[in-house]
Design a protein around this ligand. Structure first.
Ligand code: PEP
Ligand code: MN
Length: 337
């Protein structure tokens, strides 16, 4: 439920209401709006005597949150969440581009690509050190050595880094290196992993599961938020459908739907959606035009030799060209890149 405080409620009254809710076993999430403060109260309200709260000084009313996800819902927070990744803001009028190879393969090639994506205008560098591969015989990533290469590339370029964590046992390690923890599509409903990521203070890029509904995806985000981490960035990366012409089917509708249902930012991964580099440009433009807050694009200096996802990776020159083209699309929808 949402406790709406009146316009002129004092800090002390807000604190008293929060303390009361805490004493009744609720978790509280105050949101200080420009006009009013509201307190999200998450817990079991079956035994709550609502009068106990509504009669408190400074309380205007109680509003139930009808959706099964609470902290992720627009009902609780009307203004868009802007996630601050160590100075790079995701969710405001600027569209943030994340780019880099699927996996970190070597220090040299990774740094070379990092420099190129930065020159083209990317703000965040991607690269997997722990790779969730369909086959156990495929390249699984360089693990901590890969994280070290990521940190070196951040040092050299100033780009922030996003990298995937696939196991609860690695959250602490990945958290020590990454600026954004990525939770991959295959782990979207790994609830222990979501909780663990929720106990860190790093922004979390939560990819949509291969066959997850938007509601299931927002419930997954709720796990992270409920564990205490408000910094969730949703990522649409295509879903499984009967179509086989592309690797996955990008769900562009998810962008406006998420914008209506949630205050969380949404970025789009056209690379895993398409599965082929030649479609990445069109899907990127479509996502920006549809309202995405960012893109995460796979870029590799020599896709033919990539250890994972070469066919869907753009060469750095193609990526630079796309970045130029995206500026016009962003401008057409009142945003910048
Ligand atoms: C990735 O970004 O490298 C990745 C494995 O993506 P997804 O979880 O969306 O398949
Ligand atoms: Mn990949």
């Amino acid at each position: 439920m949402i406790v709406v405080m009146s316009r002129n409620a004092t800090q002390e009254q807000i604190k008293n209401v929060e303390n009361k809710l805490l004493s009744l076993g609720f978790n509280t999430h105050p949101i200080y709006g420009e006009v009013k403060t509201v307190i999200g109260a998450i817990g079991d309200k079956r035994f709550l005597n609502t009068h106990e709260i509504t009669s408190m000084p400074g309380v205007e009313c109680l509003v139930p949150i009808m959706k099964p996800y609470k902290l992720a819902s627009r009902e609780l927070q009307q203004s868009n969440s802007i996630i601050d990744v160590d100075g790079v803001k995701i969710g405001d009028s600027n569209i943030v581009i994340m780019a880099g190879p699927c996996a970190i393969e070597s220090a040299e090639t990774f740094l070379e690509t990092a420099i190129k994506v930065k020159e083209a205008g990317a703000k965040i560098l991607r690269g997997g050190a722990f790779k969730p591969r369909t086959s156990p015989y495929s390249f699984q990533g360089l693990e901590e050595d890969g994280l070290k290469i990521l940190a070196e590339a951040r040092e050299a370029t100033g780009l922030k880094i996003v990298t995937e964590v696939v196991d609860t046992r690695d959250v602490e390690l990945v958290n020590a290196y990454a600026d954004i923890l990525q939770i991959g599509a295959r782990n979207m409903q790994n609830f222990r992993l979501l909780r663990e990521a929720g106990m860190t203070s790093k922004p979390v890029l939560l990819k949509r599961g291969l066959s997850a509904t938007i509601e299931e995806w927002l419930m997954a985000a709720e796990y992270i938020l409920a564990a205490g981490n408000p910094n969730v960035i949703l990522c649409e990366r295509g879903i499984r459908t009967y179509e086989t012409a592309t690797r996955n089917t990008i769900d562009m509708s998810a962008i406006p739907v998420i914008k209506e249902l949630s205050h969380l930012p949404i970025v789009v991964d056209p690379s895993h959606a398409a599965g082929m580099w030649k479609y990445v440009g069109a899907l990127s433009k479509g996502a920006v035009a549809t309202g995405a807050d960012g893109l995460i694009i796979e870029v590799h200096s020599n896709p033919a030799s990539a250890l994972s996802d070469g066919p869907q990776s753009l060469r750095p020159e193609k990526f630079a060209q796309l970045m130029k083209e995206l500026q016009a699309v962003a401008a057409a929808v009142g945003r910048s890149i």
